[in-house]
Write a protein that binds this ligand. Structure first.
Ligand SMILES: Cc1cc2nc3c(=O)[nH]c(=O)nc-3n(C[C@H](O)[C@H](O)[C@H](O)COP(=O)(O)OP(=O)(O)OC[C@H]3O[C@@H](n4cnc5c(N)ncnc54)[C@H](O)[C@@H]3O)c2cc1C
Length: 394
């Protein structure tokens, strides 16, 4: 096993160049600038959050079973839920909780078995009875319902509002952003990242390069002669017209059905029902064109689970990409071969919820000032792991 090539910040024109102004790049720039680190963010798109960030449906849960994800997302929840009070921007935060309604004994056992580790890392979670599930989601199908796993402190927010608020804050703290600037490659010499070269041919020297390029993080690496275990996986989502409040929690139905592994939906702060499905088998391609099969497939599942949604009108559907790793957990850390190259990649279906919390850890690691909590996160997302396990609530 090779040792990650750490780097100290050097006095370059920029201490850090971040490739990608998305769910991770923007809050990372905010955290670095808050620590006085001279930071430049480059993005090939015209404004912040225009990559997979805007494909996210807005779910933020700390309800995982992996300590690294729990720790980072608890922090994200703190940041997002207090943002309006602290900084004034409305992020459409809604503390509706996450509910996993359970219809199969095997799922009940699996979710019950997660409670001890979830509670150990500070989550307020419980297994609730069928009547309580019905109170949270009036009209939910009750045939075979065994109860549900419920975490009241989770919630949702608007990915675009969040990223734009973090962007404005990062700028106010001194971060520089350049849009419509694609990075062609990281320039490596003598085993160390020295600079990035843009597609326009400009070389920008820096002490550290952070690869936060989302679903194309592996392409940037390939052009730079570096390997990274991230592939793009296509996922679709949709949104309805706004209606009076029916329920507030994110509902995650973990039962498989033909063509899907699970599906999930919630009613946003604006009253729109937002929904997503996890295709099975996975669609391993970087294709953002939405399909005509998604809506009938997801609508059947939605109406079966919650028949009162049947007359809701769908406004639009879209497709985005999960930057997937083999074990569905992110890779966050120094490259093993190239000193000064730090990967913040492979966020899978959780980059929006991980972003703000993870960003603080990244900023401290790059500045050499990590806390014990950061070490839990960095250990869990270590690039040097074996990628064998997969979290149950991945
Ligand atoms: C349908 C769907 C629903 C989802 N729902 C949720 C959810 O509810 N909650 C959640 O937490 N996550 C969700 N996700 C996942 C989430 O969107 C991603 O995990 C997250 O956006 C990834 O963040 P990122 O910063 O790695 O990538 P991005 O946000 O895509 O940012 C990467 C940026 O890098 C830029 N870039 C790439 N290459 C280059 C280059 N060479 N030069 C310059 N710029 C470059 C891109 O333009 C982009 O802006 C969902 C995803 C999809 C598709």
């Amino acid at each position: 096993m090779s040792t990650p090539r750490k780097s100290t910040l050097r006095n370059r024109s920029y201490d850090v160049v971040i490739v990608g102004a998305g769910s991770l790049g923007v809050p990372t720039a905010m955290a670095l600038s808050g620590m006085g680190v001279k930071t430049l963010v480059l993005d090939g798109r015209p404004s912040p959050g225009q990559g997979e960030n805007k494909a996210a449906i807005g779910g933020i849960r700390a309800t995982h079973s992996d300590p690294a994800k729990i720790t980072a997302c608890l922090r994200s929840l703190r940041i997002v839920s207090t943002w309006q009070q602290t900084h004034g921007d409305d992020l459409e935060w809604l503390k509706g909780g996450y509910l996993f309604p359970v219809y199969r004994e095997q799922d009940r056992q699996a979710l019950l078995s997660l409670l001890p580790i979830q509670r150990k890392y500070g989550l307020k979670v419980d297994f609730i009875d069928t009547a309580s599930v019905g109170e949270l989601v009036p009209g939910i199908a009750t045939e075979g319902l065994l109860g549900g796993h419920y975490s009241p402190d989770d919630g949702s927010a608007s990915p675009l509002l969040c990223t734009n608020a973090f962007y404005r804050r990062a700028c106010a703290l001194g971060a520089h952003f350049r849009f419509n600037e694609t990075v062609d490659r990281v320039i490596v010499a003598g085993g160390r990242a020295h600079a990035v070269r843009t597609a326009a041919g400009e070389t920008i020297p820096c002490g550290v390069v952070i690869n936060a390029a989302g679903a194309t993080a592996q392409d940037l690496c390939a052009r730079s002669g570096v390997g990274l275990p991230v592939v793009a996986e296509a996922h679709e989502a949709g949104i309805t017209e706004p209606v009076a409040r029916l329920f507030s929690c994110m509902v995650v139905d973990i039962r498989p059905a033909e063509g899907s592994k699970n599906f999930y939906f919630y009613q946003s702060a604006r009253g729109q029902v937002v929904f997503c499905i996890t295709p099975e088998p996975p669609i391993l391609k970087a294709d953002r064109r939405e399909t005509s099969t998604f809506l009938p497939q997801v609508a059947t599942r939605l109406v079966e689970l919650l028949p009162r949604l049947r007359n809701l009108r769908v406004r639009r559907t879209w497709r985005g990409l999960y930057p997937m790793t083999p074990d569905a957990s992110p890779v966050v850390g120094w490259d093993c071969a190239v000193e000064g190259l730090f990967h913040v990649a492979g966020m899978c279906g959780q980059g929006f919820m991980l972003g703000p919390g993870l960003a603080e850890t990244i900023a401290r690691e790059v500045s050499g000032k990590t806390t014990a909590e950061d070490e839990i996160i960095l250990k869990g997302f270590d690039l040097n792991r074996d990628f064998c396990g997969t979290e149950f609530l991945k």
